[in-house]
Design a protein around this ligand. Structure first.
Ligand SMILES: NC(=O)c1ccc[n+]([C@@H]2O[C@H](COP(=O)([O-])OP(=O)(O)OC[C@H]3O[C@@H](n4cnc5c(N)ncnc54)[C@H](OP(=O)(O)O)[C@@H]3O)[C@@H](O)[C@H]2O)c1
Length: 325
């Protein structure tokens, strides 16, 4: 009922972005297409000074840039930077470029994400877990110093928005019963593979736990950056591109009946960037703070254990990086 109400009624109420972004620098990963691209189009229309479109394929990013420029305000500078979230080396190189070439970041959208149709590893995790979770939080940790220095230098409160998903509600997360939760999440044969369909929901669920852990350690009143999560709702985009057979028929049918346009869904991303300190550590749906699933709210011990496991993983990738949280 909540999902249907959101898709059929709330979709008509999502505020059309109208903030003036003059002087601001905004970075969006996964912005060569889909929700990230439409969010970038809003920022360009609303006069952001500098927009960094982060894409794994620079040609696709350049094509998006040319398209966005047709509706951009005068004087907006748009650059396409390469990042492949399936590679830790690429994430680190992208973050190093941010550190050396940008003098400020006002809003950072960690938006790149994917749904895999088949099991495949990237780095030391299943691909979706690497892209949607581990690399996303590696990037968050690596860019936070720039957002913090922006806050201090320009006396502002930057935002870091992670694109989450209502799909996180679709799993009971049986792996949380295991001693090493992330090892179970990455186990191809966990429960005989029965939980394959849970992988994308779990990749988004893990992100919600992580943001809550950051906010638990660093509440809004002692932290200069707002970090929140946004669920855009079910939207038209390329996200289900790998679906085949029954999965494809199901996705196509659901989208035809219920999906938001990509532009409509992108409003939720832009809105999350201006929500401010009350939204720190929170999950947003339909441009409002919402309760995530009970798997999240009823299991603070799992949240704490996952935070220890994630930080250990990130330290293995770049020693010292978790001090940035
Ligand atoms: N559409 C929905 O209904 C929906 C609902 C809830 C949440 N979301 C979330 O919204 C975000 C945006 O997705 P979308 O719906 O706009 O889908 P999309 O059209 O498929 O866009 C996804 C973006 O992420 C990029 N990406 C994927 N893997 C990457 C990698 N390894 N490195 C760098 N970039 C990568 C894609 O680049 P390429 O073009 O090169 O593949 C693309 O730019 C995702 O986090 C998704 O989980 C979407």
């Amino acid at each position: 009922m909540g999902f249907l109400y959101s898709q059929l009624i709330e979709s008509w109420r999502l505020p059309y972005p109208n903030t003036n972004y003059a002087g601001q620098t905004i970075v969006i990963t996964g912005s060569n297409t889909g929700l990230g691209k439409e969010a970038a189009r809003h920022y360009a229309r609303l006069g952001a000074s500098k927009l960094i479109l982060a894409a794994r394929n620079v040609d696709k990013g350049e094509a998006a840039k040319q398209d966005i420029l047709t509706t951009a305000a005068k004087g907006v500078s748009i650059e396409v930077w390469q990042v492949d979230m399936a590679s830790y080396v690429s994430v680190k190189a992208f973050a190093a470029r941010i550190e050396s070439e940008l003098d400020r970041i006002d809003i950072f959208h960690a938006n790149a994400g994917l749904v895999r149709a088949e099991f495949a590893m990237a780095e030391d995790n299943e691909t979706g877990i690497t892209v949607n979770y581990v690399s996303t939080f590696l990037l968050v940790a690596l860019v936070l110093p720039k957002l913090r220095s922006t806050a201090e230098q320009f006396k502002t409160r930057p935002s870091l928005v992670i694109t989450s998903s209502g799909a996180h509600r679709h799993t009971t997360f049986p792996q949380m019963e295991e001693v090493n939760i992330l090892a179970a999440v990455n186990d191809r044969n966990y429960a005989g593979g029965r939980y394959w369909r849970d992988r994308y929901p779990i990749s988004k669920l893990l992100g919600i736990f992580a943001v809550r852990s950051i906010a638990k350690e660093h509440p809004a009143d002692t932290y200069p950056v707002t970090i929140n999560l946004v669920s855009p709702g079910l939207c038209h985009s390329g996200l289900s591109r790998e679906a085949k057979g029954m999965q494809k028929i199901m996705f196509t049918g659901m989208k035809m009946l219920l999906a938001r346009s990509t532009e409509n869904g992108s409003r939720t991303l832009v809105d999350a960037g201006v929500q401010g300190p009350e939204s720190h550590g929170q999950y947003l749906e339909d441009c409002k703070i919402a309760e995530p699933s009970e798997v999240v709210t009823q299991n603070p011990d799992v949240q704490d254990r996952l935070w220890v496991e994630l930080k250990a993983k990130l330290e293995g990738i770049q020693p010292g990086v978790t001090a940035n949280f």
